[in-house]
Write a protein that binds this ligand. Sequence first.
Ligand code: LMR
Length: 393
Amino acid sequence: MLSSLQPQAPDKILMLMEEFKADSRQGKIDLGVGVYKDPQGVTPVMRAVKAAEKRIWEEQTTKAYTGLAGTPEYRAAMAGLVLGDAPKDRLASVASVGGTGAIRQALELARLANPDLTVYVSDPTWPNHLSIMKFMGLPFVEYRYFDNETRGVDFEAMKDDIAKAGKGDIVLLHGCCHNPTGANLTLDQWREVIAILEKSGAVPLVDLAYQGFGDGIEADAEATRLVAKGLPEVLIAASCSKNFGIYRERTGILIALADGEQARDLAQGSMAYLNRQNFSFPPDHGARIVTTILEDQALKSDWQAEVEEIRTTLLALREQLASELRDLSGSDRFDFIARHRGMFSRLGATPEQVAAMREDAAIYMVGDSRLNIAGLNRETVPVLARAIVEAGL
Ligand code: LMR
């Protein structure tokens, strides 16, 4: 039986991780997978996470199952983090297996509700969005998003394209820190998006994987909160992988805002059912770490401070890279790097230029020229800037 399996196309981000590991050159630079690294190249366990784990270890008396939806405490803490003081009376939620698991469950939920739906995704988007939809056999359409000239958002084109989504279709939006481009909508543009969806009845699925890495923990949730307040039905897939640095714990949440209590209860039941079908109980350790931090003012403050350190480190690296490139190229055409937000920027290089940087300078970025800013430090920024200019960008 197993010999009749077809080879699967490897995920390009994960493949890059392997290629980087296999490269024996000194001074190689990994700008691939979206993992935060400090200036020493280490992905640290955050201080508040260590403290929370210690407390859990000391106080936890059982590892018995929690609930299919995860614990109520985790869901309340995450609803607060994502939605602030937005009203929660129409909110259903389940803990998920990371942000990816929340995306997958959100799409399954949407399909249960509307088997004929089409999903609208930005061009480009995180490659695994497309891969999951292909695997599920979900029809999807890409909406124009990134302007290769300005390296910003082509908002007029985006509006035209998402306006084609009909009632009960899904429009997948990145809540902040767009992956892979780093180019984001302004809040006014978000208001226009909300008005378009309000008119059509298409449902937004907001992917919020980098809250805190762009303009701040609260500021990065602003757009999601506007969507939540502005539309009757909203799906939100939030990840704790990056902003709590607990990647391998697989901690996320799927939130559904429903139009009324009856729809909310139906959503809650279906989401718990989907958890049961796919993996039964969601993982608890990461969720418990997050709950412990968010419920304790001292731990929460320390976590907020550390997220802010990460964010300002990313911003400083962006500024430094843009400035080096200004000097080397004698132009301001790379200033978009300082305007982008989050872990990533799309350079707009050709696949040949990306390959040349890998071969000549041992710099690894994803083939679409997405670079992980967190893979840089003050010493490697000039190396990258030179390689970019030498590659002829
Ligand atoms: C990324 O985009 O690099 C991260 O979200 C990691 C992943 O799973 O692809």
